[in-house]
Design a protein around this ligand. Structure first.
Ligand code: MOS
Length: 777
């Protein structure tokens, strides 16, 4: 009997829901986060942060602090200023960064100005509160309107080379003649929009523990990039990277806040070296608002021109992003908005505005989260101006070729996403007239927007050890920032080795393991799963070659390419099979494979760069020969109370096409979490700045609003099946940030539909709705 009698094999376990392999460890407290790592006899650090936003430190009064029993050391620029070099910019982007203890200079409010180290947390905290600092204060520039705010067109910025910033070779995408096309368009939209500063607030506070042993430093700090932490910290404190190890096995949320090295790490490492004793820091929630990065406030001028049938003729998008005084850090989202729809004439420009604030950085969905807000709001405004359904407007401007260079998208199922979402959401029930739908005292509004995020993938390496049992171990410096990354990696190995997932162990979060790049930019699943699949294929080949060479075995003389690993066995086309343990016996000792993965579009030294702590990834929106994005459709129903103006999200449906889904359980969780954060970014979150002092005023969770369960309705996530064989071997496009994008516009569009009030400045708050004619207050 031939094939039909052969083993019935599952082709793949990809796409089957799998709970997190570390879920039990996390909920039972077994999972070891950085602050949980045992070190012996640690001293405790507490940060002193700047009371002013701009100026110089004239002197310190440390007597009272030193008098607290148990105080061991106080670091200031006066005693450690020369021990650390410049801090790298966030994510390696954007010219220079601010300093902290390197000089008397104060760059922003809440900057670290001293580190008090003591025997106990209580003593360090008490002493820190007694540190008095004399300042020579200068008037700070708080935000866009402030005197002294300096605007730079990104295209004009010249960092003099070598800065590693995106402004090196920054090009503002443009094509055709947008001004002329705008002037002759039948219908135009010309509006300004803004998004506020927002701060990532992962549940796990920002902690750092440093321990030196025989000149070797181990840093326990949640990071999205073990090798980035290792190498950039080593450089900053002027030691050999070989002497630094980064360990962060579990991470309680990151969202970009743990993407690049921030100020505190060097000072804790130096404090531990000075004391010759481990030092632990757990910064407070309030300090977390100024000692790491944040999502900068943005402004936008967005213009659309269309013909009467709704086809876009012109698109012009100029953006402004806040940054710190010495930095040109930016996220620069016109690379996406210029390419999202078919349009023959596109003009874009990005500016940075230098202020006396900390340097911003990645926060979930940079840059699409802020930059899609103006475009997707303006598309809704255009739909109203045309008297057209907003989904129909997106449908007729859908394209399989991006407009700037005419390159084809590797896959784009935007219209299919809108079809799937609108069917589930019952979009048809929408009466397009603003203020026309009611439910008792609630004005009901339905809004939609496009979601999109580039499909990025980075270089990675891994070690696979296959031993009798059979059991597989995957070792790689991958980071699971809460995404379910370790589970996706284990699923990939289980699938490719034909083992139950319970027989695969993952060791990650440690720079002594093979480098696996940055867990950010929605790259990590594509990078890590592809390298693991490659290692597994190398293992299969080794086993198969040994099996066919064994004269007395069931596979003697067979083609090694025809042997497969399934169900814990090695299986031939003829139906011959043997337990994997038996195949392993032919090799001396456990099978150990080291694999490297270099994706399309990454430079040949990409893996080495990853080991050197540099980002080595191909960005799907900007490749020379491919345009790769994930897409989605967001639909929101809001209720706005006719008497109070209160806005409640009543329903949220998102349909997403993000290439191959490794694990629908964690993928849906990622997308749902993204949508929730999108609701939050539209309705809740804003860090308020005192315009005079350039200080944040709502720096705790009591005042920085984030949604609670009562704010969030049932979220429906639809995975639109998609195969993309061009993006990478496994066809993964990435979904980590996709769910957040477009949400802010979808919510604002729904609020307009409910009330007739167009909110172009986020967040949407009751006071902005008070003039709505539909409200009877
Ligand atoms: Mo994410 S903002 O790419 O860490």
């Amino acid at each position: 009997m031939a094939d039909d009698a052969g083993p019935r094999l599952r082709q793949s376990i990809f796409g089957e829901p799998e709970p997190r392999i570390d879920g039990r460890a996390k909920v039972t407290g077994q999972a070891r986060y950085a602050f949980d790592e045992p070190v012996s006899n640690p001293a405790h650090a507490f940060l002193v942060t700047s009371a002013i936003a701009r100026g110089r430190i004239a002197g310190f009064h440390l007597e009272a602090a030193k008098a607290i029993p148990g105080v061991l050391d106080i670091l200031t620029f006066q005693n450690v200023g020369d021990q650390a070099g410049p801090l790298p910019p966030p994510g390696g982007k954007g010219g220079k960064n601010t300093e902290s203890l390197q000089s008397d200079r104060v760059w922003h409010a809440g900057q670290i100005v001293a580190v008090v180290v003591a025997e106990t947390l209580e003593a360090s905290r008490e002493a820190a509160q007694l540190v008095r600092v004399d300042y020579a204060e200068e008037t700070p520039s708080a935000s866009f309107e402030s005197p002294g705010a300096k605007t730079l067109a990104l295209a004009d910025v010249d960092e003099g080379g070598g800065g590693g910033g995106p402004q090196e070779g920054h090009e503002d995408p443009k094509v055709g003649d947008a001004e002329a096309a705008m002037a002759s368009a039948s219908v135009t939209i010309d509006q300004r929009y803004s998004t506020p500063p927002q701060h990532h607030n992962p549940l796990e506070l920002y902690t750092t523990t440093c321990e030196w042993r025989d000149g070797q430093l181990t840093v326990y700090e949640g990071t999205q990039f073990a090798h980035g932490m290792k190498v950039s910290l080593a450089k900053q404190i002027k030691v050999d990277p070989a002497d630094v190890r980064s360990v962060s096995r579990f991470i309680g949320g990151a969202f970009g806040s743990r993407g690049g090295l921030t100020h505190r790490t060097a000072w804790i490492a130096i404090a531990a070296r000075r004391l010759n004793r481990p030092v632990r820091l757990e910064a407070t929630r309030q300090q977390g608002f100024t000692i790491v990065t944040f999502r900068a406030e943005t402004r936008h001028h967005l213009r659309l021109g269309a013909s009467k049938d709704g086809r876009l003729q012109a698109l012009a998008h100029e953006g402004w992003e806040a940054t710190s005084r010495p930095s040109t850090y930016n996220v620069s989202g016109t690379s996406t908005t210029a390419r999202l729809y078919a349009c023959p004439n596109v003009l874009t420009k990005v500016n940075v505005v230098q202020l006396d604030r900390q340097t911003p950085g990645f926060m979930r969905g940079p840059p699409e989260t802020p930059y899609l807000f103006p475009l997707e709001s303006a598309m809704d405004e255009l739909a109203y101006a045309l008297g057209m359904d907003p989904i129909e407007l997106r449908r007729i401007n859908d394209t399989q070729n991006e407009p700037i260079k005419g390159l084809p998208y590797t896959s784009r199922h935007l219209t299919q996403c809108f079809d799937a979402a609108s069917a589930a959401f019952d979009w048809k029930r929408r009466d397009p007239r603003p203020g026309s739908m009611r439910d008792g005292d609630w004005l009901v509004g339905l809004g939609c927007a496009t979601a999109t995020y580039p499909a990025n993938v980075g270089a990675a390496s891994t070690r696979l050890i296959l031993a009798p049992g059979p059991r597989a171990r995957i070792q790689m410096a991958a980071e699971d920032i809460g995404t379910g990354a370790y589970t996706s990696i284990a699923l990939t190995a289980a699938d490719r080795l034909g083992l139950p997932i319970g027989q695969v162990a993952i060791e990650g979060g440690d720079s002594s393991l093979p480098a696996a790049g940055l867990a950010a930019g929605s790259t990590h699943a594509a990078s890590t799963c592809n390298v693991v699949a490659k290692a597994c294929e190398m293992a299969r080949q080794r086993l198969a070659e040994a099996a066919v060479a064994a004269k007395d075995g069931p596979f003697a003389g067979a083609d090694p390419a025809s042997l497969r690993l399934r169900d814990g066995q090695l299986i031939g086309l003829s139906g011959a099979r043997e337990p994997l343990d038996k195949s392993l016996e032919r090799l001396s000792g456990p099978l150990e494979i080291y694999a490297e993965y270099l994706p399309h579009g990454v430079s040949p030294d990409g893996v080495q760069k990853t080991y050197q702590g540099q980002m080595a990834s191909a960005r799907g929106g900007e490749l020379k020969d491919q345009i790769r994005y994930s897409f989605g459709a967001q639909m929101i129903e809001v209720g706005v109370h006719r008497l109070t103006g209160e806005v409640r999200v009543r329903r949220a449906t998102g349909a997403f096409a993000g290439g191959r889904i490794i694990n629908p359980t964690t993928a849906k969780s990622q997308l749902m979490g993204g949508m929730i954060w999108g609701i939050s970014a539209a309705l809740h979150e804003a860090t308020e700045i005192d315009p005079r002092m350039a200080r944040y005023t709502n720096i705790e969770l009591a005042e920085y609003l984030v949604p609670v369960n009562a704010d969030i309705p049932e979220i429906e996530v639809i995975l639109v099946p998609e195969e993309d064989h061009q993006v990478n071997e496994l066809g993964i496009k990435g979904i980590g940030e996709l769910g957040t994008t477009g949400m802010n516009a979808a919510v604002a569009n729904a609020v307009f539909h409910a009330t007739g009030v167009r909110i172009r400045d986020l967040p949407i708050r009751i006071e902005k709705l008070l003039d709505a004619p539909a409200l009877r207050i």
